[in-house]
Design a protein around this ligand. Sequence first.
Ligand code: WQD
Length: 333
Amino acid sequence: MILLTGGAGYIGSHTAVELIQAGYEVLIADNFYNSRPEVIDAIEKITGKRPEFEEMDVCAPVKVDALFHKYKVTAVIHFAGYKAVGESVEKPLMYYRNDLDSLITVLEAMKKYGVNRLIFSSSATVYGVPEAVPLIEGMPTGCTNPYGWTKYMSEQIIQDVCHAQPELSAVILRYFNPVGAHPSALIGEQPNGVPNNLMPYITQVASGIRPHLNVFGNDYDTPDGTGVRDYIHVVDIAKGHIAAVEYAMKNTGAEVINLGTGNGYSVLEMVKAFERVNKVKVPYKIAPRREGDIAECYADASKANRLLGWKAQYDLDTMCKDAWNWEQQLRKE
Ligand code: WQD
């Protein structure tokens, strides 16, 4: 049984769907801090199979121990964690406590119960301000906010534990910019409050919830002056986790792997693609740069292909279409 901590969240729920459809037994542990109970129903509706579910905080050692005692866990995908960059700057202790405590608690339970396969949800944010693009796994890392440092420190903790426990197999996945939603439009991104990320903000402008998009700076050293990112369909990210689980089952040691498409798109390219694909308008205004933003960030995705046999399949048009279908579904509720 594959344990997904935080498995009711955006990436976690899409991964649960792909795992179930690949024939795996899935157990989700989530406290609904940044997700909703309806997501479990949606996973069942998409796959025809309801995952096992425990509502809990994975920072609680007694509860995590009971979970490993109750279920035959064979691998863990650790999604659980806070992930808002801006909030992490305001509340660093909350982020370090939660994101590091949850990982250490899970690793201790894995050791006690002899569970030797871990997939960890990391982020391209650990590359900090890139010295060059595309970003390659061995390139220098260093963060610009506490959220990024929790990922950086978590990667270090996992690598140290793998060194001490040679039987452990850990795949650290550095996500670039996940966007879009499952084609069924039954699961997708549900940011609380005002979206921090570009795509959910665009979809809320297109649906009339927000008057316009603020483009955070058009004076970067990029082709059109706006920020360039490696947007990747959330279903591609989910499938990357299946490949990582299969790799972890056959190997030991720690591997860091980028999950990106290898293509960078600017903010304005994203806006134009969204308008073209969905035949909607996305009014925008040029606004000042957002603190902490970098000009350009996209992946060298060759290691994932070489090691996992995985490559992103969905193009930008599909990302825009699925994101819009999800937003329209949300507004119907
Ligand atoms: C993308 C581009 C903005 C909003 C963050 C985290 C990263 C990961 C993904 C968790 C940038 C521009 C955005 C808006 C804009 N999260 N933008 N107007 O900053 O690349 O990455 O989310 O793991 O860790 O750092 O993503 O979507 O916020 O921004 O112009 O209203 O869109 O300046 O160029 P980012 P983003």
